[in-house]
Every structure is written in structure tokens, then in C-alpha cells.
Write a protein of this length. Structure first.
Length: 93
């Protein structure tokens, strides 16, 4: 019985993960909206986040949370703005 349950579980995992490998092409409206609206907002967020990181750096150093603070305020907006494919919103948000 355990082998049957394990086999069924393995099949469910295999077939449910196949959709993750299917990559669909982004629509033109998503790419245009990304270029016109989201990239400039992401860059603004990066500049503002970097400013807040510099201001909060003394407190982050005292509380030993520099890495976490940098990731939230600088690294995440950088990845959203510069490394995310155009028109793809799932990997940056």
C-alpha cells in the first residue's frame, strides 16, 4: 500500500510541475506597460530605497540587520528593475 501511495504522490508531483517549465510569451501590452510604467517606477524605488538604506545604515549596523535591510531596500528593487525579463511580472514581485 505504501508503494502505491508513493507512486501516486510521485506522479502528482511530476505532472503538476510540468506546467512550471512551460514558458509563455508575454503579450505586447505587458511589455509596453513594463517599459513605460514599471521600469521607471522600479528605478525610482531603487533610488529611494538606496537613500533609505544609507540613512538607516547606522541602525542596521547596531542591530546586525545590514544584510536583510540591504536586500529589501536595494537588491530587490535592483532585480525588479534590471534583471527581470520584459513583460514578466511574476519573477520580480
Amino acid at each position: 500500500m505504501k508503494k502505491v501511495v508513493a507512486l501516486l504522490l510521485a506522479l502528482v508531483i511530476i505532472f503538476s510541475s510540468s506546467a512550471a517549465f512551460a514558458k509563455e510569451k508575454p503579450e505586447a501590452i505587458n511589455v509596453m506597460g513594463d517599459i513605460v510604467l514599471l521600469r521607471p517606477l522600479g528605478f525610482s524605488g531603487l533610488v529611494i530605497g538606496t537613500t533609505f538604506f544609507i540613512v538607516s545604515l547606522p541602525i542596521a549596523l547596531i542591530s546586525s540587520s545590514t544584510k536583510q535591510t540591504a536586500e529589501v531596500l536595494v537588491v530587490d528593487p535592483f532585480k525588479f528593475t534590471f534583471t527581470r525579463p520584459l513583460g514578466e511580472f511574476e519573477s520580480g514581485l
